[in-house]
Write a protein that binds this ligand. Structure first.
Ligand SMILES: *Cc1c(COP(=O)(O)O)cnc(C)c1O
Length: 399
């Protein structure tokens, strides 16, 4: 049955192969319901599906951990958006990452990870898979010589890439990294959460696996926790599907439906996130209280050239450090009114946070520790003037 589903998924995505991103987002995997004509994919809560005789399922479904029609719609849509062949939806971004690692790695394998990876990703390697006998080496992925030096030919099975990175907005050259890891027989996985498939398509750039926390921009409304994996190689897709079913961290039907609804408006939301982030980055670069701004859209940013080459636009995340140090960083987070002080990112509402004490606290004392005076913004889609005014008042008289 799972075989059948992945063939269906390929066909459904293939129908929209020539269409534009916005059209794919709204239609791939989302044909009007055959039974009722409902234009919107229904939420199917059923955990099980009737069989006409023993071993003869009535339709394509048997049991909802293995496959569920709402989840299949989302998985088909995500595969099409990422230009892959197999998409899989999980209960969280970390569940998606875990499934990739279980599929690809065996005890004794080695992986290279970004030296500024998302804190939860670092914890998964350092505290879970390390105990499982998987060795990891952090490397600055924007330094190709450093990455080459970290590779162990024959042992390095996986290069884990995040671009742009959370929270320092570092940019890695996906095409170049794919060349490096493929030359030693390993796979490239890219955490595409910050960029989204609208701004960047890692699989088209040579990556083997694209991973998302759909909690963020794909869901887009801060009302769901979810994850996704998309791959090109159907055999790798089948192994991942096996792990998804065998370990069971699947996206539930309502969660899958929320992410599917979010995906429909991803393109228009991202355009506004990017435009607003550009305004905020411009404000911060000229502000006397600000020490440094991290935003790949700034022409002087260390990642600008590579980002301009591989991304459609530069995203909605902006980080900065303060001349007043950690105290000033914490104070700014306390003062904003439109920017809500909270973890997470990628929703329509603007958020502000202090990574050192919040999202990245688990990396404290590790090689991935983040600067104490760093503030991270998830720039939302409110009116740009209100966002600029809010940050301006929060930064006033800080230095
Ligand atoms: C949030 C996040 C994750 C983890 O996703 P969850 O849905 O919280 O499990 C992974 N990578 C990045 C870049 C993230 O921002």
């Amino acid at each position: 049955m799972t075989r059948q589903n992945s063939a269906d998924q390929r066909n459904a995505a293939g129908e929209w192969a020539g269409a534009g991103f916005e059209t794919v987002a709204i239609h791939a995997g989302q044909e009007p319901d055959a039974a009722t004509g409902a234009v919107v994919v229904p939420i199917h809560p059923s955990s099980t599906f009737a069989q006409d005789a023993v071993g003869v399922p009535r339709g394509a479904y048997e049991y909802a951990r293995s496959a569920n029609p709402t989840r299949t719609a989302l998985e088909t849509c995500l595969a099409a958006l990422e230009a892959g062949t197999v998409g899989l939806a999980f209960a969280s971004g970390l569940a998606a990452e875990d499934a990739v690692l279980r599929t690809v790695l065996r005890p004794g394998d080695h992986v290279v990870i970004p030296s500024d990876a998302y804190g939860g990703t670092y914890r998964l390697f350092a505290r879970v898979f390390a105990e499982w006998g998987v060795e990891y080496t952090p490397a600055p992925l924007d330094d190709l010589e450093a990455v080459r030096a970290a590779l162990r030919p024959g042992t390095t099975r996986l290069l884990w890439c995040e671009t742009p990175t959370n929270p320092l907005l570092g940019v890695a050259d996906v095409e170049a990294l794919a060349g490096l890891i493929h030359s030693v027989g390993g796979l490239l996985a890219v955490d595409n959460t910050f960029a989204t498939p609208y701004l960047q398509r890692p699989l088209a750039l040579g990556a083997d696996v694209s991973v998302h926390s759909t909690t963020k921009y794909l869901g887009g409304h801060s009302d769901v926790v979810g994850g996704a994996v998309v791959v090109v190689d159907p055999a790798l897709g089948e192994r991942l599907r096996f792990i998804q079913n065998a370990t069971g961290a699947v996206a539930g039907p309502f969660d899958a439906w929320l992410v599917l609804r979010g995906a429909k408006t991803l393109a228009v939301r991202m355009d506004r996130h990017c435009a607003n982030a550009r305004r905020i980055a411009a404000l911060l670069t000229t502000h006397p209280a600000v020490a440094a701004v991290y935003y790949p859209g700034l022409p002087g940013d260390r990642g600008h050239a590579v980002a301009a080459k591989q991304m459609r636009d530069f995203g909605g995340m902006v980080s900065f450090t303060l001349r007043g140090g950690e105290e000033a960083a914490v104070e700014v987070c306390r003062r904003t009114r439109v920017f809500t002080l909270a973890e997470s990112l990628g929703g329509v509402e603007s958020l502000i946070e202090h990574p050192g004490r919040m999202t990245h606290a688990s990396a404290a004392g590790s090689p991935l520790e983040v600067p104490a005076d760093l503030v991270r913004l998830s720039v939302g889609i409110e009116s740009a003037e209100d966002l600029v005014d809010d940050l301006t008042q929060a930064l006033a008289a800080l230095n």
